[in-house]
Design a binder for this molecule. Structure first.
Ligand code: UDP
Ligand code: MG
Length: 162
């Protein structure tokens, strides 16, 4: 019916979120994850990994002509990253809101970068910037079988449908 169709639709939106090496080293993993979890988004994949520089360059391929590309990829591959897929209605766009502006000096208080970071080169978190990049980044970081499909008891209370 209409209701279960719309529940199905919510579950289809997924985004790729990574806590960068600076966020991991600063002990901000649970702080960052809790902001997505408390909002009502659902964790469907997670791993800790040290990306190679080559992998970092693949992840950031859109930025390869930028002056900061090499340093960015060095920092991104300098230690463990928490790679995650979060699911929920509007999670791609709203995830970016939770994260805040790219430059922490311009991020609003209340956002992850606004509250927890100071400079653009150490802004602690990555989030996909749209539906196409979300799909590409999820495919780059995870095998299909690493994505876990499950329903959570909170969903009917979050979305108000049965
Ligand atoms: N970055 C940087 N200097 C800049 C712009 C970006 O070091 O002038 C870094 C920053 O860590 C940022 C990443 O490159 O998070 C990717 O840039 P993008 O424009 O995609 O920003 P994001 O999507 O992460 O907000
Ligand atoms: Mg980006």
């Amino acid at each position: 019916d209409k209701c279960s169709l719309s529940i199905f639709f919510f579950q289809l939106e997924r985004t790729f979120i990574a806590i960068k090496p600076d966020g991991v080293q600063r002990g901000l993993i649970s702080e960052i994850m809790s902001r997505f979890e408390r909002k009502g988004f659902k964790l469907v994949a997670i791993k800790i990994t040290v990306p190679s520089k080559d992998f970092a360059q693949k992840h950031y391929h859109d930025l390869k002509t930028r002056a900061f590309f090499d340093v960015l990829c060095d920092v991104f591959s300098s230690g463990p990253v928490i790679a995650m897929v979060w699911e929920g209605e509007g999670v791609i766009k709203y995830g970016r809101k939770l994260i805040g502006a790219t430059d922490p000096q311009k991020s609003e208080p209340g956002t992850i970068r606004g509250d927890l970071a100071v400079v653009v080169g150490r802004n602690i978190i990555h989030g996909s910037d749209g539906p196409e990049t979300a799909k590409d980044e999820i495919n780059l970081w995870f095998k299909p079988e690493e994505l876990v499909n499950y329903s959570s008891n909170a969903e009917k209370w979050l979305y108000g449908v049965n």
